[in-house]
Design a protein. Sequence first.
Lengths: 187, 296
Amino acid sequence: MFAASDLRKGLKIQIDGAPYIITKFEFSKPGKGQSLYRCKMRNMITGNQFSQTYRSNEKFEKPDLSERKMQYLYNQGDEYHFMDTENYEQTFITTEQLGDNIKFLQDNMELNVLFFDDKPIDVTLPIFVNLLVTIAEPWAKGDTSGNDTKPVTVESGYELQVPPFVVEGDKIQIDTRTGEYVTRVKE
Amino acid sequence: MLDAKGVQSRAAFFQAIRSFFIDRCFLEVDTPIRQPLVIPEQNISHIPSAAQFLQSSPELYMKRLLAGCGRDIFQICRCFRHGECGRLHLEEFVMLEWYRVDADYFDLMSDCEDLLIFLQGAFSGEGLPVSLQQPWERLTVAEAFTRYSSVSVSDALQEDIFDELLVEKVEPHLGIECPTFLYDYPLALASLARQKTTEEGVAERFELYISGVELGNGFSELTDKKTQRQRFVEEYSRMEGECSGQKRLPEKFLAALDSLDRAAGIAMGLDRLLMLFWGENELKNVVTFSCEELDL
């Protein structure tokens, strides 16, 4: 159990049977008043956000969360299948649960899958992923638009801005936290 | 840790405050930081020190001195409140308290105006998020709740949501264009303040706000011994935590009230004031050593 005084940004608590992560936190205490713990939280399964103010006597259950190292295998419609790299157990996660992470998935990629009460709810990608450029317009010589980047599409279907020298067939490194181009990779 | 310029500016700020009060014939006093008894007030958790407690405020000693000296006094000291940590809270902080004889809470509001305008003159005050040009806003708690929370004060108290509404709905609107005095608090929230003679259930208490940040809490002192004793007993019954076993009343303080007639006093958080003058929005950026930098 957590006490109200344990609440802070980043803490995961369970409310009405669902896991929540605190995304914003502020301690307040009006003059002569009581301690108030103001939280903004995100439901880790549905993504729904809500704000709530707690008093110091409140208690919170700790959600049963665990992380397992898994490998991405393939997708079938909305189901993205993963395999536990230790015991070869397979499970799937839906498109909705994956959200923006889908942009950076690559066959056989190893990543961490987050389980709540033994059900997968989210993945944690490596910070950097290397993806193959599948579509890149050649840099128009004499382009005077002043742009120093151009759009390309990578194997996952994700489109991003890269420097003009990147061509189809290149592998590029992308920062999964920002979705931005980092460097061209030689393999 | 503050850099050399920061340490110097912080010192100059405190020195200017001292000179403000000394120039106005206030006597600078000092009182024990460790106290054998805590002020009977719910909602404050004290930090034990051997068999005593670190002060949450020098209030009771200050009022005994006020009664004993019969003249205006002030003090800049350290106060401690267990479990209060955040952007605007420190477990150890610097408090300025001043007390005046033959004065009431409106006199203290004028003092606040004079002090802040004096400080703005002494330093540039360009970090301040509001203009100090007078008049400042004066808003009763009742008006503020009606205007900003759509729940009346009496309903808020009855439903036990006063603090939540104050923090979430009211405070964000206070001290935005100019500083705001929020005044005339419900009596139940002013254990040591005098009741307004013209309005039942209302105490002559106010808070000063700038940018939604509460800076100081002042009131006309309750100097009636019998009423104060009764209020303390009520506060005891609502107290929780490590001091809830304390049943002994601060008798010497109560006795001193006999020598006090009209008086008023205020406590102001100087770290918060400095934070606003420096244009910062977290206390940790203005204290010499922040909580994360305590290790030696």
